[in-house]
Write a protein that binds this ligand. Structure first.
Ligand code: TRP
Length: 344
C-alpha cells in the first residue's frame, strides 16, 4: 500500500478521534503565497480548516513566504499575495480570535529549528522526495538548496508549534511523512520533544485545473477566490473541451470536459458522472454554463464578505498572528536547545 492509500485508510478513525476530543489536536497548515488563492485551495484545505477551527481544534495557518523561492528566482509580488490570502481566509471563515495566521519570515525561531532538523535527514532521502522531484521538473530550473530541503523546512513549520494534525493535499503528503521521521529521530536522539503529526486528507485532495492539468497560475487554469462572477464565467467559457457533443466523464481521454465536471462536482457535491448525465447531448456550452453557475453560487457568500474587508484588516490580523506564533516558537526553540544540551 502506498502512503496515500495508507493515510486514506486511517482517515475514518482519525476523524472520529478529532470529533470526540478536539482539544487533543493542534492544526498547522498553510500555503506558499505564490499567487492568489483559488478554488482548489478552498475545496482542498481551506474549508476543512474552517470546520476544524469551528469544531474547537486550535489552528495555526502559515503563509510560507520563504518557500516561494524554492522554485523561482525572486519572491515576486509576495506581499500582495500574502495580504490577499489573509483576506481570503477571513472571508472563508477563519476567525483570527481562534486561529493564528502568520508569515514564515516573521518567526526567526521557527526558522532556526531548520538547522538541527537538517542533521536528521540524508541527502538520498531528500533526493527521493516525490514533491521535490515534481516541483524541480515543473520549475525547469537547476535544483537549489532550498527546494532540496523543502520537506525539512516544512517540518520546522509544523513542529515549531508542536502541530499534530496537518490538513494537506495529496501533493504535500510526502512532506508530512518526512516531518514524522524528523520528529521521531529527534526524540530518539535527544529525548521526547516533538509529536509525530498526522496528515488529514480531504475528500477532494486534488481538483484539476480547468484544462485538466495541475492547477497553476501560470497555466491560467484556475478560478481565484478574489475573481468576480463575470471573470469566473469568462474563464470557464474559455476552458478547452473537445468536439464530441455528448458529455461523459472520462479524465484520461477527455481531460477538459472531465475537469469541468470535477469542478461542478465539488461545488454541487454531486458525482461528476451524474452531472454528465444531466447535460448529456446538450454539449459543452451547456456544461460550461452549469459550471459557472455552480462555482459562482458556492463562492458568492465568501466573495461578498471579502469585498467588505480592506488591506488594513489583513495587516492587523497578521500582526497578532505573528505575535502568537512567535511566542510559541521561542518556547519550542528553548526546549529544543535544552534537549540538545545547548544551554549557555
Ligand atoms: N508546502 C505547502 C504548499 O505547497 C505550504 C506549506 C508550508 C505547508 N508549510 C506548511 C502546508 C506546513 C502544511 C504544513 O501549499
Amino acid at each position: 500500500m502506498d502512503s496515500f492509500s495508507a493515510t486514506s485508510a486511517r482517515m475514518p478513525a482519525l476523524r472520529s478521534s478529532i470529533d470526540n476530543d478536539p482539544s487533543r489536536y493542534r492544526v498547522l497548515t498553510g500555503e506558499r503565497p505564490t499567487g492568489q488563492l483559488h478554488l482548489g485551495h478552498y475545496v482542498g484545505t481551506i474549508r476543512e480548516r474552517v470546520r476544524l477551527q469551528d469544531a474547537g481544534v486550535e489552528t495555526f495557518v502559515i503563509l510560507a513566504d520563504y518557500q516561494v523561492i524554492t522554485d523561482r528566482e525572486t519572491a515576486g509580488a509576495v506581499r500582495e499575495n500574502v495580504y490577499s490570502a489573509v483576506l481570503d481566509y477571513l472571508a472563508a471563515g477563519i476567525d483570527p480570535k481562534k486561529s493564528a495566521i502568520f508569515v514564515h519570515s516573521a518567526i526567526p525561531e521557527l526558522n532556526q529549528l531548520f538547522l538541527p532538523f537538517l542533521s536528521l535527514v540524508t541527502e538520498a532521502e531528500l533526493h527521493r522526495n516525490p514533491t521535490v522531484k515534481s516541483d524541480l521538473l515543473s520549475s525547469g530550473r537547476a535544483l537549489n538548496g532550498l527546494l532540496l530541503t523543502y520537506p525539512v523546512h516544512q517540518a520546522a513549520d509544523i513542529l515549531f508549534c508542536k502541530g499534530n494534525l496537518v490538513p494537506v493535499g495529496k501533493d504535500n503528503l510526502p512532506h508530512v511523512e518526512v516531518t514524522r521521521s524528523i520528529a521521531r529521530r529527534f526524540n530518539e536522539r535527544y529525548g521526547e520533544v516533538f509529536p509525530e503529526p498526522e496528515a488529514l486528507i480531504t475528500k477532494t485532495p486534488e481538483l484539476p485545473g480547468l484544462d485538466g492539468r495541475k492547477m497553476s497560475k501560470s497555466y491560467g487554469n484556475t478560478i481565484t477566490l478574489a475573481m468576480s462572477e463575470d471573470e469566473t464565467a469568462q474563464r470557464i467559457r474559455k476552458a478547452p473541451t473537445d468536439s464530441e457533443r455528448t458529455i461523459t466523464y472520462d479524465p484520461d481521454s477527455r481531460p477538459g470536459v472531465s475537469a469541468l465536471l470535477d469542478t461542478a462536482s465539488v461545488c454541487l457535491d454531486r458525482a461528476p458522472e451524474d452531472v454528465a448525465d444531466e447535460i448529456g447531448s446538450k454539449g459543452s456550452g451547456a456544461l460550461k454554463a452549469l459550471v459557472a453557475e455552480a462555482v459562482n453560487e458556492s463562492l458568492r457568500e465568501l466573495r461578498q464578505r471579502r469585498s467588505s474587508l480592506v488591506a488594513a484588516d489583513a495587516a492587523d490580523v497578521l500582526k497578532s498572528g505573528n505575535r502568537a506564533a512567535r511566542r510559541i516558537a521561542v518556547e519550542t526553540l528553548d526546549e529544543t536547545r535544552e534537549a540538545m544540551g545547548m544551554i549557555y
